[in-house]
Design a protein around this ligand. Structure first.
Ligand SMILES: Cc1ncc(COP(=O)(O)O)c(C=O)c1O
Length: 390
C-alpha cells in the first residue's frame, strides 16, 4: 500500500498488535503539528494554539463518531496508553460510593487489566474473580456476580478472540447493579464494529495499535466519571486555585475530559489520532479484502503444518502458535530469531498474558504474527518460504 512506501522490500512487519505501522497521512499530520503550529492546547491565544485546539477538539469528536458513542452520554480523554487509562480509573474509583462488591476480569486478559484489577481489589479489600472465556471469546453470564466492576477485553492479543456476547454481558452487568470497563486495545484497528450499540461505562484503548502515534484514549460515560475520586491532579484541570483549595473544571461542569488529563498533553499525537481515524474510515473495500485474504492465507499456512501448534480457532489479524522443543529441538524464541534473520518481525514469548498462557495452559513460549494493512502478498510468500521446513 502506498501509505507504507517507506518499508523496504525485505521487511515483513508482523507486530501490529503491539504497535501498528503509521501510514504516511498520520506521519504528515504529526509533522504538520511540529513544523506549522507547535503549541500548547487549551491555554494559548495565538494562532498556532487556536489551530491546535480546533484539531484536538475534532479528534475527540472523531473518536466518538468512530465508536458510535453519543456526546450526550460520553466524553473522550487522552492519556499515555490503555494501561494508564485503566489504572487512572481503577486507582481512583470510589468503590464505596459505587456500591461495587467484587471486581471481575477474565482469564485471557493482558497484564494491563489483569494486574490493575489485582491492585484495585487489594486496595479496596474486595474480592476479585477471574472468569473463564469460552473458545468463542464469550463469557457465561451466570459467572458475573451482582454489583461487579467488570474489566475485560473485547478482542484478545493472543488470537484476536472477540467478546462475542458483549451486548449481553454489558446488559447483565448493568442489570445487576455493576459497571463495565472495556479494554479495546486490540479492537480499535480491525474490529471496532463490536463496540457499536453497546454502552459500557468506559472504554480504554491505545492509539498506537490503530495506526496512530503513541497515545492512550478513554471513552467515559459521564455518570460513571462521577464515581471517580480525582486525586491524580495538576495543571490543565482546574478553573480556580486558592492556598489550600481548588476547583476542578469538571466540578464546574466545564471540559469534563480534563478529569483524566493532568498536565500538558501530547497534542501532536492527539491530532495524529484524528488523522488515523480519517485514514481508517477512508480505506477501500479492496484494501479491507486484501487484509482479510492475507490473514486467511497465513492462518491456513500455519494450520496445515503439523509441527506448528496454532492457538487460533479462527483466522484473525492476530495469530499465535508454538513449536515444541522436544519435537523440533528448538523453541519459539529460536524460531523467532531465525525469522528475524529472514526479515520477518514477529513477537515471541507470552505477550503479557502470563497467567493464561503459562499458568493455565502451560504452553511453552509462543510466536505471534499480527498483521496490518501494510502486509502484501509477497510478505506472506516470504513467511511461507521461511516456514517451509515445518
Ligand atoms: C488486549 C490488550 N490490552 C492492553 C494492552 C496494553 O496496551 P498498552 O501497553 O498500550 O497500554 C495490550 C497491549 O498489547 C493489549 O493487547
Amino acid at each position: 500500500m502506498k501509505d507504507f512506501d517507506y518499508l523496504k522490500k525485505d521487511e515483513v512487519y508482523l507486530d501490529s498488535a503491539c504497535q501498528s505501522l503509521r501510514p504516511r497521512p498520520v506521519i504528515e499530520a504529526l509533522n504538520e503539528y511540529y513544523t506549522r503550529h507547535n503549541s500548547c492546547g487549551e491555554r494559548v491565544k495565538y494562532e498556532w494554539g487556536v489551530i491546535t485546539d480546533e484539531k484536538v477538539e475534532k479528534t475527540r469528536e472523531k473518536v466518538l463518531k468512530y465508536t458510535k458513542k453519543s456526546s450526550r452520554h460520553y466524553f473522550v480523554s487522552f492519556t499515555l496508553n490503555t494501561t494508564y487509562g485503566l489504572n487512572l480509573i481503577l486507582s481512583q474509583i470510589d468503590v464505596k460510593k459505587s456500591g461495587i462488591k467484587t471486581i471481575v476480569t477474565s482469564d485471557i486478559e493482558h497484564n494491563s487489566p489483569f494486574l490493575s484489577t489485582i491492585s484495585c481489589a487489594k486496595k479496596n479489600k474486595i474480592p476479585r474473580k477471574v472468569v473463564k472465556r469460552n473458545i468463542d471469546g464469550s463469557i457465561n453470564l451466570e459467572d458475573i456476580p451482582e454489583k461487579a466492576l467488570v474489566v475485560v477485553n473485547c478482542a484478545s492479543n493472543i488470537d484476536g478472540r472477540l467478546l462475542v456476547n458483549i451486548k449481553d454481558v454489558v446488559k447483565r452487568v448493568h442489570k445487576t447493579g455493576g459497571y463495565i470497563i472495556i479494554d479495546a486495545a486490540q479492537t480499535m484497528a480491525h474490529s471496532v464494529e463490536i463496540l457499536y450499540g453497546v454502552e459500557p461505562d468506559a472504554i480504554c484503548f491505545s492509539a498506537h495499535k490503530m495506526y496512530a502515534p503513541s497515545l492512550g484514549g478513554m471513552i467515559i460515560k459521564k455518570d460513571f466519571a462521577k464515581l471517580i475520586d480525582t486525586t491524580f491532579i495538576g495543571g490543565g484541570m482546574v478553573d480556580d486555585v486558592d492556598k489550600n483549595t481548588y476547583l476542578l473544571s469538571k466540578d464546574n461542569k466545564e471540559h469534563l475530559y480534563t478529569q483524566f488529563e493532568a498536565g500538558l498533553q501530547a497534542w501532536g499525537e492527539i491530532i495524529g489520532l484524528g488523522a488515523a481515524i480519517d485514514w481508517l474510515e477512508g480505506l477501500t473495500r479492496k484494501e479491507h479484502e486484501a487484509l482479510e485474504k492475507n490473514v486467511e492465507r497465513l492462518w491456513q499456512i500455519i494450520k496445515n503444518k503439523e509441527k506448528l501448534h496454532l492457538i487460533n480457532e479462527q483466522p484473525a489479524t492476530t495469530m499465535s502458535f508454538y513449536v515444541d522443543k522436544k519435537e523440533m529441538g528448538i523453541d519459539s524464541h529460536v524460531l523467532g530469531a531465525a525469522l528475524a534473520d529472514a526479515g520477518i518481525m514477529a513477537r515471541t514469548g507470552y505477550f503479557c498474558v502470563h497467567y493464561y498462557l503459562d499458568h493455565v495452559k502451560h504452553y511453552p513460549p509462543l510466536i505471534r504474527f499480527s498483521l496490518g494493512y501494510h502486509i502484501t502478498d509477497e510478505d506472506i510468500d516470504r513467511v511461507e518460504e521461511a516456514l517451509k521446513n515445518f
